[in-house]
Design a protein around this ligand. Sequence first.
Ligand code: SF4
Length: 268
Amino acid sequence: MIKQQLVFGKGNAKLDSFIRTYSMPAAYTCPSANLCQSFANRETGKITDGKNTLWRCFAASSESIFPNVRQSRWNNFELIKSCKTIGKMVALIQSSIPNNTTYIRCHVSGDFYNEMYFRAWLLVAKNNPAIIIYGYTKQIHFLVKYKKQLPSNFRFTASYGGKYDVLIKKHKLVSAKVVYSVNEADAAGLEIDHDDSKAIEHKRPFALLLHGRMAAGSEASIAISKLRKAGYIGYSNKNESRNHSSYTVLTPLKFTMRKNGIQQLTLA
Ligand code: SF4
């Protein structure tokens, strides 16, 4: 039976528990995914990669392993799709946000599958200026189209590896690139975001270190082996709240309370 409220997760192993997470099925809700595209079958969990996949979507791997994760994400998607107007979508999202939420990591898995849904989150952000709503998107044409209307608490990083990469540089968007090694990030002049701090700050381009389970024999799989040998250990699969942006945390996040009650991100 489909639940009547969207399910939000609560933090993860690296982030404070008051960061709420929200997800939908990987790839099925990511029309612009390209190099990362992997589908976990809704019934069996079996992974199917896209024809251009270079690295396998971490979120799809989680869905493949954990049927409850799969079900929760599909429930969220079915509920959202059942809203036929933007007003209903906004009301559903708003009523599902847990009390006292100050940060939402939106789409640990999934993306803005259509424009109405994008606009719904945009309205939720406008209606809730005290909540930082952040994440990644490959629906970059939406970021471009609504660029002038994005409130400061709506912080979506343009994620390379999709169908609209060409727009990122052209429109000077804050972006994230998956790298296969620390050296690759260094060569590109990008710092690696190990803990979502750069995604939340949303100021400049950064890199994300490859993680997760890759297709056997792929270049990404070889890169993962090298990273593991070098001591980079990915996050536990028990925790489904990270996808595009995670690896070994080197600098823990710390939150302090401002006088106005909004939590302020700092680095510990
Ligand atoms: S990496 Fe992101 S955009 Fe790509 S398929 Fe997974 S959830 Fe979708």
